[in-house]
Design a protein around this ligand. Structure first.
Ligand SMILES: *[C@@H]1O[C@H](CO)[C@@H](O)[C@H](O)[C@H]1NC(C)=O
Ligand SMILES: *[C@@H]1O[C@H](CO)[C@@H](O)[C@H](O)[C@H]1NC(C)=O
Ligand SMILES: [Ca+2]
Ligand SMILES: [Zn+2]
Length: 600
């Protein structure tokens, strides 16, 4: 008994420290789960973004009844609202649905806390149900604020916009403004005007929260995931994969009208329902045109600069192909219209349309980089690909499929986590995992057969066999020694992402070793092979996990995704693989644990 009491006390203390600011000594990484420091504007102002920590519970294969379970018929929104009210002991007026949808094995509702009829931006919840109507997981960052600001703004929207434009060095983009509560680190709830600010030249695209009583920028949601590529010494080796002319690569289920019909017209260029790819500033866009009816066959000439016409067309064509292909693959596994994907026309299948991915190839805003902006469902995702200048002639990021896949996957993870808001991978740890998932999608796509090999990203653009990450992704702990505890010393999101991507590389290898390899996994999600199982768990876990997940809650979401789709058949495989890299049952606060549940 005595030891039990002691354990409880130490757990409580750990939680307290984790949620207060100046607790010393505590690992430097303690704030990764709740904070992120953003540097904004001409004066490099630092804004500390705060998200209350999410609690996360999963309920295994059986699931849990919700209060309306006895009722005839199942209404997703009603069931979710009543569950959250009873679980958190809050009234009807404290909860509102943000979005909801049904996937093939789970139904998802995303909920916002509210007060005085005004929603909270950073106090949210998500509930998932299985097809028996049982609750399978529940994430929540709901708060009991110490004080709630008056719901009547004393600062006008116009003044708030002026402040946001000044602080963030951009322009209000006319997307409708909103009034929301924002929980601050001191426990109070501030009232904020929420406005989108953009700056094309600097690549800024943020949602700004301006205090509606004090007229100052309190926080931002950064829609842009930047790729700060590490430049490593140039070696002699060149990696040039051959081009192929593919005929009708579109998936007829995922893209029923092909890649060139946007719901109104058929294009003869690199534009269609899912993707619009072009080179140039937004003022003078150049798409690649088909040479004969829908034939885009431009032979890239590596001896010439990326800027010569044929190389531009080849790069635009390749980016268009890769982004459409990722659309089609992810669609098959659950990133559908209702699941907040990127399409102009949604064919009446739910979600908000008019948001195909726009891809700016050889964007003039920078070099040696790429980025992807993910605003909420209903606004286009935007990818910018740059030229890399490590070689002569320079190389084009749009010709390296893993870089395009990486960027595109930011759109998938930012949309699917948290119900289409684009706001739920904002803390340092969650942003780090965002980088990890993006590398993982490229890794999954480029494996060739049932022998999962070490994977290196970004070899072509840097002309370097070591690529742009610190280690290859590998099942060998010698080749890649990264573990959960590596987060104690890492603070840059790509570095954190490497830890997560390597764990997932190991999960992929373990599943393929167990179940073999499907050569049709990209278009057929019904297979039982390991690479199919892996992609299901990858996509399924995204809407299950809480807003701003940590390694711990994301791991739990994978294990619950397996309970939902495979009745937990891979529970021990998943635990063992995560535990082998320190993310075992008792892992916490970036301390490794290698234990697995009893029975594994
Ligand atoms: C668009 O192209 C497809 C395939 O070529 C064709 O079936 C369809 O009728 C066209 N639609 C319009 C509106 O031109
Ligand atoms: C499997 O793919 C790897 C590259 O990932 C290649 O080296 C190997 O030869 C392939 N094995 C077979 C049996 O095709
Ligand atoms: Ca959409
Ligand atoms: Zn990235």
């Amino acid at each position: 008994m005595a030891s039990f009491t002691k354990l409880l006390t130490s757990v409580l203390v750990a939680l307290l420290y984790a949620s207060t600011s100046a607790a010393v000594p505590y690992p430097f990484s303690a704030k990764h789960a709740t904070h992120r420091v953003r540097t904004v504007g001409r004066d490099s102002t630092k804004i500390v973004v705060y998200h209350p920590e999410s609690t996360y519970e999963t309920f295994g294969v059986e699931g849990l009844d919700h209060p309306l379970a006895k009722r005839d018929g199942f209404d997703l929104d009603d069931a979710a609202l009543s569950f959250v009210q009873s679980r958190l002991n809050v009234g009807e007026d404290a909860v509102a649905i943000r979005s909801s949808y049904a996937g093939d094995v789970t139904k998802h509702a995303f909920i916002k806390q509210q007060a005085n009829g005004i929603p909270f931006a950073n106090a949210v919840a998500n509930v998932a149900f299985n097809n028996d109507g049982k609750v399978v997981s529940f994430g929540s960052s709901f708060v009991k604020p110490s004080s709630v600001a008056s719901q009547i703004p004393t600062v006008s929207l116009a003044d708030a916009i002026a402040t946001a434009e000044e602080t963030l060095d951009g322009k209000y983009n006319e997307w409708p403004a909103a009034l929301e509560y924002l929980v601050l680190e001191d426990g109070s709830a501030a009232l904020a005007h929420v406005v989108q600010i953009q700056n094309e030249a600097t690549g800024t695209w943020v949602q700004a929260f301006v205090d509606a009583h004090a007229n100052k920028v309190l926080s931002i949601t950064d829609f842009v995931t930047k790729a700060t590529y590490r430049v490593l010494p140039i070696s002699e080796e060149t990696i040039l994969d051959g081009f192929q002319l593919l005929t009708d690569p579109q998936d007829p289920i995922a893209s029923p009208d092909g890649w060139h019909y946007d719901g109104t017209t058929n294009s003869t260029t690199t534009s269609g329902n899912n993707v619009v790819a072009y080179k140039g500033a937004t003022t003078a866009t150049t798409k690649a045109s088909s040479l004969s009816p829908l034939t885009f066959s431009y032979i890239q000439d590596p001896s010439q600069a990326p800027s010569v016409a044929v190389n531009v067309a080849a790069a635009v064509t390749n980016a268009f192909y890769v982004v459409n292909t990722i659309h089609d693959i992810s669609y098959r596994y659950g990133f559908t219209e209702a699941g907040f994907n990127f399409q102009n026309n949604n064919f009446g299948k739910g979600g908000a349309g008019a948001d195909p991915v726009t891809v700016s190839v050889q964007d003039s805003a920078g070099t040696d980089n790429a980025d992807f902006s993910t605003p909420p469902d209903g606004q286009s995702g935007h990818m910018r690909m740059y030229i890399f200048d490590a070689t002569k002639p320079n190389r084009d990021g749009a010709l390296e499929n893993d870089i395009v896949s990486h960027e595109n996957t930011h759109g998938i993870t930012n949309r699917m986590t948290g119900g289409g808001t684009g706001s739920c991978l904002q803390t340092t740890e969650a942003g780090g995992m965002g980088e990890g998932w993006s590398d993982t999608m490229a890794d999954w796509n480029e494996q060739k057969n049932g022998t999962i090999v070490d994977y290196v990203l970004g070899q072509y653009v840097e002309n370097d066999p070591a690529g742009i990450r610190s280690h290859p992704y590998s099942t060998s702990a010698t080749t890649n020694p990264l573990r959960y505890s590596s987060l104690k010393t890492l603070s840059e999101v790509h570095d954190i992402g490497e830890v997560w991507a390597n764990m997932l590389h190991n999960v992929h290898a373990a599943l393929v070793a167990q179940y073999g390899w499907s050569t049709t996994a990209r278009t057929d999600p019904t297979g039982t092979e390991g690479n199919v199982v892996f992609m299901h768990l990858f996509i399924d876990s995204l809407p299950l996990q809480p807003c701003n997940p940590t390694f711990l809650t994301a791991r739990d979401a994978w294990i619950q995704a397996d309970a939902n789709r495979y009745a937990g058949a891979n529970k021990c495989l998943l635990w063992k693989t995560f535990a082998s890299r320190g993310l075992g049952v008792k892992a916490a606060n970036h301390k490794d644990d290698t234990s697995v549940p009893a029975g594994c």
